[in-house]
Write a protein that binds this ligand. Structure first.
Ligand code: NAD
Length: 353
């Protein structure tokens, strides 16, 4: 299993540490440094087995390479996973993160990291105590850029505008019905942006506190989670879980397009074809959700400003998506296929250079 997983991955290096004091496994998968230093978040959670943690790290690291390569940004892709042992004591978190920071620092700039599932900007402050200067998204109090979620949400908004521009020749979202699936960090920041654009926003959630807030206080229409995918809308924005688009769900969709932040929305690459066959425009997730990663590298590696970061997102995400849609139409392939091809071209160009 290990052999075939690594062969399919085609990445550059995999660093594995057993954190003896806690029993955690630390996996740092560096998929590509062809375009620049490899960047990717640190995911911290429990897994049924080390193989599952390994597969997650490898798959996500490749996604990061594509995220930077498709729009032509000068970074490589990586991902770290800290697999917590059963019965992990929260009191051991701080020291585990500090030991993890030492491993990041030992890579001497080949790998830069920030938050992902199970880690926060506060955790980045702790990791940076030993891992600086290779740690993104520390809290603003500690001199970092903080939570990337609002930038990711802005990138999703940009992606939706590109979808409308392609479909209708007009980027405006005014009066378009947009369903946001998941009103967490990204979806919750996206909803007010859409409201400000004059979109007809609906949302689904499973967290009662968020449902009450967005439905009762903000006044956004709520759709129960089980009905979300069948809602008749212009744009479906998966902002909760991956794997929402597959052979069972795609026949139920009644949207014109899909553009959301969730990672790995397609159950498999064939699902891109299934969407195309149904006439649903799919904006590849790793382009639509690239805003956070783009902003953080701009703010923390290139000394950019928040306004400059938003300008960069608006330019790159729009340009990349419109080009993908155009190539897909011209060549009769899916936007996902066009995105992969663009990423490969940029990677091949870097090798040739
Ligand atoms: P989050 O955990 O803050 O929000 C997800 C929300 O989805 C939660 O509020 C949860 O209650 C809700 N949810 C879970 N199951 C649901 C269901 N079946 N129906 C409706 N809602 C459901 O996560 P996030 O940071 O907002 O990220 C959302 C997605 O975007 C994830 O897939 C993440 O990997 C991806 N992403 C996030 C960022 C970022 O900057 N935060 C960047 C790139 C990609």
């Amino acid at each position: 299993m290990f052999d075939s997983v690594l062969r399919d991955w085609e990445g550059e290096s995999l660093v594995i540490h057993r954190d003896v004091p806690s029993g955690a496994w630390i996996l740092i998968a560096i998929h590509s440094t062809r375009l620049g230093p490899a960047a990717g978040g640190t995911r911290m959670k429990q897994y049924p087995a080390v193989e599952d943690a390994l597969c997650d790290a490898l798959r996500l690291s490749k996604g990061m390479t594509l995220k930077f390569a498709a729009p032509g940004l000068p970074y490589g892709g990586a991902k770290a996973v800290i697999m917590l042992p059963d019965g992990f004591e929260p009191g051991g978190r701080r020291e585990l993160l500090r030991r993890y920071g030492e491993h990041v620092k030992a890579l001497r700039g080949v790998f830069y990291t920030g938050p992902d599932f199970g880690t926060t900007p506060n955790d980045m402050d702790v990791i940076a105590e030993t891992g600086s200067p290779y740690i993104f998204c520390r809290t603003p109090e500690a001199g970092g850029a903080g939570d990337p979620g609002p930038y990711t949400a802005f990138g999703v908004l940009t992606g939706m505008r590109a979808v409308c521009e392609h479909l209708h020749g007009d980027a405006s979202l005014a009066s378009r019905r947009v369903l946001v699936q998941g009103a967490g960090d990204v979806g919750g920041a996206l909803i007010p942006l859409l409201v400000a654009e004059g979109a007809q926003v609906v949302f689904s959630e499973v967290d009662d506190r968020l449902i009450r807030y967005f439905r009762d206080e903000v006044g956004v229409e709520f759709v129960p989670a089980e009905d979300a995918l069948g809602d008749e809308c212009d744009i479906l924005a998966p902002c909760a879980l991956g794997g929402v688009l597959d052979e069972t769900t795609i026949p139920r969709l009644r949207c014109a397009a899909v553009a959301g932040s969730a990672n790995n929305q397609l159950g498999s690459r064939e699902d891109a074809e299934r969407l195309r066959a149904r006439g649903i425009l799919y904006a590849p997730d790793y382009i639509v959700n690239a805003g956070g990663a783009m902003a953080i590298t701009s703010l923390e590696m290139r000394g950019g400003t928040p306004e400059g970061a938003r300008d960069e997102i608006a330019t790159y995400v729009r340009r990349a998506l419109l080009r993908m849609f155009e190539v897909a139409d011209r060549e009769g392939i899916t936007p996902d296929g066009a995105a992969l091809r663009m990423a490969e071209e940029h990677l091949a160009g870097a090798v040739a250079a």
